[in-house]
Design a protein around this ligand. Sequence first.
Ligand SMILES: *[C@@H]1O[C@H](CO)[C@@H](O)[C@H](O)[C@H]1NC(C)=O
Ligand SMILES: *[C@@H]1O[C@H](CO)[C@@H](O)[C@H](O)[C@H]1NC(C)=O
Length: 797
Amino acid sequence: MEWRVLTLFSVVVLDSVIARISYSIPEEMPRGSLVGYIAQDLGLEIKRFISGKARIYSRNTEEYMELNRERGVILVKERIDREALCAETTVCALDFQIILENPMEFYTVTVQITDINDNAPTFEKSEMTFRISESAVTETKFVLERAVDHDVEMNGVQRYELIPMDNFVLKVHNKADGNKNVEMVLQKPLDREKQEQINLVLTAVDGGEPQMSGTMQIFITVLDANDNAPVFTQKTYKATVTENSAIDTVVAAVTATDADEAPNSKITYSITNMQGNVRNIFKVNLENGDVSLLGNIDFEKNKRFQINIGATDDGGLTDFCELIVDVLDINDNKPEINIMSKSNVISEDAELNTVVTMINTEDRDSGENGNIKCYLNENVPFILKSSTENFYSLLTDSELDRERASEYNITVTCSDEGVPSLSSSVTLTLQISDVNDNAPVFERSSYEAYIVENNTPGLSIFTVKATDADWNQNARVSYILEDSSVNGVPVSSYVSVSADSGVIHAVRSFDYEQIKDFHFRIKAQDGGSPPLSNNVTVKILIQDQNDNPPQVLYPVQTGGSVVAEMVPRSADVGYLVTKVVAVDVDSGQNAWLSYKLQKATDRALFEVGLQNGEIRTIRQVTDKDAVKQRLTVIVEDNGQPSRSATVIVNVAVADSFPEVLSEFTDFPHDKEYNDNLTFYLVLALAVVSFLFITCLVVIISVKIYRWRQSRILYHSSLPVIPYYPPRYSDTLGTGTLPHVYNYEVCRTTDSRKSDNKFGGAGGQNVLIMDPSSTGTMQRIQSEKNILDEPDSPLEVS
Ligand SMILES: *[C@@H]1O[C@H](CO)[C@@H](O)[C@H](O)[C@H]1NC(C)=O
Ligand SMILES: *[C@@H]1O[C@H](CO)[C@@H](O)[C@H](O)[C@H]1NC(C)=O
């Protein structure tokens, strides 16, 4: 107030001359505040103010000031805001006049309004936003908004402050017009990755008392720049993959990160291997880094892969890593079997442990998957021996026999130990070659063959056959007739054998009546070296043919002589006249004889026993019957076709010899011869009588034997019953009459001279008249001469 009074005073003093009064008041004085003692300062009386009706005259300022006449003072009528009144004008004053009347006079008053710090600096906007790239270089300037302070001079904005000051400093430029340019200058580079958002506060301070300030927020968004390279999470990654995994199998995933923001952080992965086939086998997902299969993984080719992977961001910044992929083996390879050497043929006498084949095995898998075991199929006489690892020899394990098995299919199977196990096999065919170890063997232990007599020479009788289990030459059998003799003749004159075929041929025609059987040996020999042989006995049986007709032994048929049987007229029915005796040198049916009456003088008188050839009367002989009876008897054998012989039997029906003679006048006579003969006949009769006795004994015993045997034969059920004449037996089989043979009548004497008459004591009388002894009886003569008659001996004179 002191200062103001002084000022007023000085102003009053100054203006008193020119009647001008000046006052100075600060703005914002309350209503009624005293501005100045105007009356006093004008040197006027209060009365004058009142009488002169003093008043303020102003065109525009009356609302601010009022005049109190009674006190002679000027008061603040209205609060005065200097900023409103004068704005920037630095000297702010109100001019008005005081007007008085009676007399009229006026005075000019000036009231200067002084500034007080009643305004704080203010920013138009409470905040500013900047977007600044982190790559912005230092010293980059950013213009800030100025603050406004309506106060003037010292009360106006004096300075600015920026907080914090980490990255930016503030520069203020005073401009010529008195304004200030406020700038924010980058001092330290920004790093979005550290601080993406920076908030600053700009403060404007004035110089008033008290000091006032205004603030503004500055928001800075740090924009990303590609200032960071991608970084892999690991420098080396490890992964495993089983071989043969499917294409597109994900093996591993690599990851790189980029501290930048998108799009600067967008990473692209790639495989950077330049060599090898890695790029053909693996691929990496460009975006997510998954490494997957592009091709086949084969453990046997690559056990490990080293994959270089790069990660590149959009700005081209790159990092690298390594991915080691270990391949896991799986059992995908079969064992391989290689035959190093082999024989296709082995001799059947090969020794034990002969090496047949050598084998090498291989499995490309590793570990268990590559461990190989080999074995053979069953039932082969071979074994597999492992000499060293993966090498095997195939050896014979037991004796070979081509005849049992000529070929072996040996299957070698090799399996690995993988799970599941794989195996492969190879079949070797081994031929067993022949050794002559088998002799020919005949189909039978002995042979018997039949041949019908009278064969043509050269006829094949039958075939022997021998087989040889060996092969080819060793099995080529030749047949050889072994030397021996049959009845003192070399057997080769009987039969021959074909060396190749074993066919036995008859060399000659056989005669059953001479030889009934014989045997010999045939050797079968193979073509081996040395040859092996075997032999067999062959028995040839010759079969009878009906090639001999029956031969009549009695009655003897001669050309000249007449033999007549005597039948007394007193003979009863069934009287045995005589018996026709015939033999057949054949055998069996061929020698079974039957007798039939073919012709007879009187058929009603005689009959012939069909089987025994006995001629008997069948009715009483009467006187009317002719003396001379002639019977033709036919003897047939039972052969096919049958053969026969006929015999004429002369029967004399008479009681006395002369009677006979008279009838048989045509019988030839030979007196001289008969005389000579008589002696011999008597001699012979004596001999024959003796023999007859002997024969008789034998005959009886044989007859009993035969009878029994025939009984047995007849009772047997055989389809063909051989019949033998009761007194004929071919026991020796020689075709000749046996020694012990008996005929009911055997008469062989040279009876040329006999024209005698015979008188049998017991009944039968036989008359033989045979002037020319013929050969019909020669055969019998060569044998023992037997003359016998069952009932009465025959006498020839
Ligand atoms: C061996 O095999 C061959 C061909 O497969 C076959 O013809 C032959 O009969 C077989 N041999 C044996 C003894 O199994
Ligand atoms: C015939 O074979 C037998 C054994 O079957 C033998 O003992 C004999 O010596 C052989 N004979 C000849 C001549 O080979």
